[in-house]
Design a protein around this ligand. Structure first.
Ligand code: NAD
Length: 333
């Protein structure tokens, strides 16, 4: 195994076998959000116990709250991670909780600093004060956006972080906290950096669900600039696979990129959605001012995670139709 990225291996980490319903206790933060809820559903199906810490912001899924509440292995703490004063017994923490929308961070970044930086600091502190043998592993969900735009080839886990907007800056800051706590206090951590996620039941502020919600209501989808920006798309279930792979096989204190295979311009995405919904192109697009600090293209190299056996299994072309059909903004009203 290669050297860890951000700390010496003081910790002989116990890799967790999650595959056979061994009843692990997994503390998930942000589990009412888009990626967190798909992760929780999969873990419950596999027989694990879930503690979901979520402060239930606007992006929390109302229907999924009712769905999970019926499950005997599920417990929820409706709390802000930045104010958490007790960490329940658990084997692993998976930290999805974050303010996640770049446009919101450009108009008001305070909440981003509180949740995405101080929230992570609080979680790390709660792990640190436990006896070493009682400490859970800490899996932090970061983003490819911490590297900034990639115009000359993909970013690797060791690439310099050059975040372009307040959202990605707070995510990069959190990554730094994780790395330094791991090194100073000998915690067992991983950082996972996925690309743009798509899938069923995402809050309608992100490109795909927002465009669906507008096109279905007879309004044009809104595109920043001329819509030429390229994002690399990863199905949310492939992200869940990536996180599970890191929990089971990841080396301690190592970063893993998790990139999709579908590189698409924003305008191509909207064109596809309009075709599926049956809106003519002449009525599909509305162009808005460029996003401040806009990144033109993201791209990451996932060879390290591929070496653990992970590959994206879903393709945008095959999945998008059913995602459009299932998109219902009402679940967030
Ligand atoms: N969605 C993507 O395309 C994408 C891509 C790469 C990385 N990520 C990262 O993955 C994680 C999950 O993203 P998502 O799209 O599911 O986000 P989301 O906005 O859909 O959900 C976030 C959830 O976290 C909760 N939350 C926010 N602040 C909190 C706090 N202080 N305490 C407790 N709960 C809090 C919210 O109530 C919500 O349920 C984030 O860390 C994000 O940065 C997302």
């Amino acid at each position: 195994m290669s050297e860890p990225d951000f700390a010496h291996n003081h910790v002989i980490a116990e890799r967790l076998n999650l595959a056979n319903g061994s009843g692990r206790i997994i503390l998930v933060t942000g589990g009412f959000g888009f990626i967190g809820k798909h992760f929780i559903r999969r873990c419950l199906e596999a027989g694990h116990h879930i503690i979901n810490v979520d402060r239930v912001n606007y992006a929390a899924d109302r229907l999924v709250r009712a769905e999970f509440a019926k499950h005997p292995n599920y417990r929820v703490q409706e709390q802000d991670i930045a104010a958490l004063d007790h960490l329940s017994e658990c084997d692993v923490i998976v930290n999805f909780a974050a303010e996640s929308h770049v446009d919101n961070s450009i108009s008001d970044n305070t909440k981003f600093c509180l949740s995405n930086i101080l929230g992570v600091q609080r979680l790390l502190e709660l792990v640190r004060v436990k006896q070493p043998a009682d400490r859970p592993r800490f899996i932090h969900i970061s983003t490819d956006e911490v590297y900034g735009e990639a115009l000359d080839g993909p970013h690797h886990e060791t690439s310099i972080l050059r975040p372009s907007n307040p959202y990605s800056a707070t995510k990069a800051a959190a990554d730094m906290l994780v790395m330094s706590w791991a090194r100073t206090y000998h915690l067992d951590c991983n950082i996972v950096r996925p690309t743009n996620n798509y899938g069923p039941h995402q809050y309608p502020e992100k490109l795909i669900p927002k465009s669906c919600a507008r096109l279905k209501r007879g309004r044009p989808a809104l595109l920043h600039g001329n819509g030429s920006y390229v994002r690399c798309w990863l199905h949310v279930e492939d992200t869940v696979d990536a996180v599970l792979t890191v929990i089971e096989k990841g080396a301690a204190n190592t970063i893993y990129n998790a990139g999709g295979v579908d590189y698409l311009q924003n305008i191509e995405i909207v064109r596809r959605l309009a075709q599926i919904i049956g809106v003519p192109e002449t009525k599909a697009f509305g162009f808005t001012e460029d996003r401040l600090g806009q990144d033109r293209r993201y791209s990451i190299d996932s060879a390290r995670l591929n070496a653990l056996g992970w590959r994206p299994k879903r393709s945008f072309d095959k999945e998008i139709e059913s995602i459009v059909e299932q998109s219902e903004f009402q679940r967030f009203l």
